[in-house]
Design a binder for this molecule. Sequence first.
Ligand code: ZN
Length: 277
Amino acid sequence: MRTTALKNLSRLCIHSITTKPWAIETAAQKFSAAGVSGITVWRDALIGRNIQQTGQLLRNEGLDIVSLCRGGFFPGLDSAKRLVAIDDNKKAIEEAEALGTNLIVLVCGADPGLSLEDSRKQIRDGIAAIIPAAKAAGVRLAIEPLHPMYADTRSAINTLKQANDMCDELNSPWVGVAIDVYHLWWDPSLEFEIKRCGANQNIFAFHICDWNVPTTDMLLDRGLMGEGCIPIKKIRSWVESAGFIGFNEVEIFSNKFWQADQNQFLHNIIEAYQIKS
Ligand code: ZN
């Protein structure tokens, strides 16, 4: 009988929000003990903490701090709101620098009072406004296209083509894309667009989870890899063929899993990563 070697965990990263019931300190210990190599930190996990010390604690556990989630939310009907967003993104850049990561994921935002085209213009202007601060801090910005079901308030960038077009327009080595299978798996132009951002060395992050069938909540019912209908291995092969050698980041928002035993959930994540992704 032939046995297949399990994937090692050297490229496995887990988002802090995936195991939301755990404080960041607990998550760091548990991830490290389980052999996970990286962590992406959500800003809410840093509330009330010394960010520099938290970064050190994560590194002491042997974890790579892959990115900070999240910046963005640039569009707004009134200019005051847009300025607040730019300030908040500059703050996120400072937090990333203090934490010791060189990447921020941008959930770009949308305002239902604006057309999607106008929201995208404001996103472009918002990112352009923070590029100098990002460059000064050595922090890259990853535009994450979101599934069109979030085009009302979360992001007017809904396809990898739109993200690639915006990267072309901004034309900065500090701006690239985050490819999340949950948001993009349905797109018939996905392979082509992955090749396109690969050619520009613009793939900054790769997020994985699965699409539950049926999905019972638009936001908080993501599945574990292998539970749903996303061809994760196929998309990963495209991303790798395009030259991406970074982490596979497990990002799961799930009321179901957050209510479960997190130790068992972590075990299941690792198994699913090795076999189903
Ligand atoms: Zn994501």
